[in-house]
Design a protein around this ligand. Structure first.
Ligand code: DHB
Length: 387
């Protein structure tokens, strides 16, 4: 198979990139080891920055994000027995939308198939060869075990945190890495939202996040030990833990129909490009979930990369393509810092002293009681400009 851009991974980064390239008339092949059904049903993140929503709606990738997504113009930070609203609209004039990642993926898959995109599910990339040349190749296996080779002008590794493309780019999987001594226990439950807006709660018992998915379904998380087995708690125990983490708020409770444990890691690959092979999204960087930057950062990567590929492949001008790693690096580290900051400010560190906990409350208070502090948080949360 020969194409202009071979994209490994049909997640938000890979599918959106093929969509944006398609608008410029640049042909691509997208492959993913997973089935379409798995991609469209796996529950992941749920918060879209305003810039992400604008890209999806203005490029025709999704109308539904505006019709069924929920616009949020603020959030609550809860600590020391009180809730404090961060007003995004008043501080930075921006907003976020609650719209599940797998719904974004459904929209993108539908849009790509309608446009005649060569989209191959159940095809597993095994390695990328000839990264240093103008004809890099993806060697993959289809569901029947047949070898598929895709030769392209550019290969994109949008294949997530366990990327196989990364080896062709960084050699030794090298990167900046941090692991956190806690995780999130996530549930979906059948009950209407407990509050209009999301609640991020720092409590003496640890962190909790009260989020939502639809008028009848809530998504909630609480800080737990990374070794926790998702089946470890009965439903009543789950509610007891959650109630103890958001004192002062009454939670709407309902049947818990999904549970999972999310690991907390920060990672940035030392290199995000080698020759004509580029890493985007989780293949290039991972953030802990607090602050919901993961998918939004993937979207920012591919928006910037689209311009670079357009100049390279249509105008023969490689300057933006050569500058891509440096351009992407700046935003990546802002998002890394923001995710680390939200995480460290809100979670109970194992072994934290009384001093550490009181200092954390002081930090939270210095954010919510300052207009500059509220604006700083709102700016990062709703997303820095893409330009
Ligand atoms: C959700 C996830 C996040 O990481 C976050 O910061 C906010 C909301 C969610 O899944 O709803």
């Amino acid at each position: 198979v020969r194409t202009r851009v071979a994209v490994i991974g049909a997640g938000p980064a890979g599918l959106l990139l093929s969509h944006l390239l398609g608008l410029h008339g640049i042909e691509s092949v997208v492959l993913d080891s997973r089935s379409r059904e798995e991609i469209e049903t796996t529950v992941r993140a749920g918060v879209l920055e305003q810039g992400t929503v604008e890209i999806l709606s203005e490029t025709g990738a999704s109308d539904r994000v505006l019709t069924t997504g929920q616009k949020h113009e603020g959030m609550e930070l809860r600590f020391d027995g009180e809730g404090h609203r961060i007003d995004f609209a008043a501080t930075v004039g921006r907003a976020v939308w609650l719209y599940p990642q797998h719904e974004v993926l459904k929209d993108l898959v539908a849009a790509r198939l309608a446009a005649g995109q060569d989209l191959r599910f159940g095809v597993t990339a095994e390695r990328v060869e000839d990264a240093g040349t103008n004809r890099p190749r993806v060697v993959a296996k289809d569901a029947e075990g047949n070898t598929v080779e895709i030769e392209a002008d550019v290969v994109i590794g949008a294949d997530g945190s366990r990327s196989v493309t990364r080896e062709a780019v960084t050699g030794t999987y090298g990167g900046y890495f941090r692991e956190y001594p806690f995780a999130w226990f996530g549930i979906l439950c059948e009950a209407p939202p407990s509050a209009e807006e999301l609640i991020y709660s720092n409590s003496p018992n640890g962190f909790a996040l009260i989020s939502q998915r639809s008028p009848g379904v809530q998504r909630m998380y609480f800080q737990c030990d990374p070794a926790t087995d998702p089946g470890a708690y009965g439903e009543e125990q789950l509610w007891e833990i959650l109630r103890s983490r958001v004192p002062g708020t009454t939670l709407n409770e309902g049947r818990v129909f999904q549970r999972d444990v999310l690991r907390f890691r920060s990672f940035v690959a030392h290199e995000t490009r080698r020759g004509r092979v580029v890493l985007v999204g989780d293949a290039a960087h991972t953030v802990p979930p607090t602050g919901a930057k993961g998918m939004n950062l993937a979207v920012a990567d591919v928006v910037v990369l689209t311009e670079a590929l357009r100049a390279l492949l249509l105008d023969g001008d490689g300057s933006l393509f050569d500058a891509f790693p440096e351009t992407a690096r700046k935003r990546i580290w802002k998002a890394q810092h923001f995710s680390w900051w939200m995480t460290s400010m809100l979670h109970l560190q194992p072994g934290a002293s009384d001093f550490d906990r009181m200092r954390q409350i002081g930090e939270l208070r210095s954010v919510v009681e300052s207009e500059a502090g509220r604006a700083y948080l709102a700016e990062g949360y709703t997303g820095w400009p893409l330009g």
